[in-house]
Design a protein around this ligand. Sequence first.
Ligand code: DC
Length: 221
Amino acid sequence: MPTTHIPVITIDGPTASGKGTVAHKVADRLKFHYLDSGALYRLTALMAIRRDTPLSDEHALAKIAEHLPVHFDQGEIFLSHENVTQAIRAEAVGNMASKIAAFPTVRQALFALQLNFRKMPGLVADGRDMGTVIFPNAKLKVYLTASVAARAQRRYKQLIDKGFSASMEDLLLDLQARDDRDTNRAIAPLVPAEGAHILDTSNMTADEALEEVLKWYAAVK
Ligand code: DC
């Protein structure tokens, strides 16, 4: 059964742009399903780290992605029966995720899994290539961004709130390296999709961003 009639809102953007928070709020408000596509790359990275799979072994990494024993339940993320919601947020996992996300076979392995999230009454999908590659026919495409300084500040707060230790200096360097990798990779690089609404949230609260997205959606639905 084709699912192309099911509305999708894509929210893409760089790391720590606030897209996760905003996407979550939009999904809550519209009672839509929610796909955190970055979590799939992070889960693959977490399994690879635990198995000591080297970055040089693209085939083994793609196999991990293809057989992810992932399970989402009420906002919590499970690998087999282990709750890894917090573990996948560690910086080391995010960095590894950004590296393995450059492999075409890993991206291909996660493709169908992402399409499966398109269910009635609708989906809000956040990531890097939601509007460009995975859901090119989305009803509404948003590209959320913010200055590096604002994003580093947010990531710092996020990590500290979750009980991780963090250094602002390291975070700034990490963010820049991740931006560089995510935007310059050959396959599915981070770019605003054609027709995407661009929203700079450097000086905006998540609720202000939410209202803006809802306004855009009301205009196209
Ligand atoms: O959004 P995030 O920080 O959780 O994503 C982690 C990494 O996964 C990110 O650095 C790049 C990769 N990613 C991707 O390549 N494509 C996506 N749709 C989502 C994430």
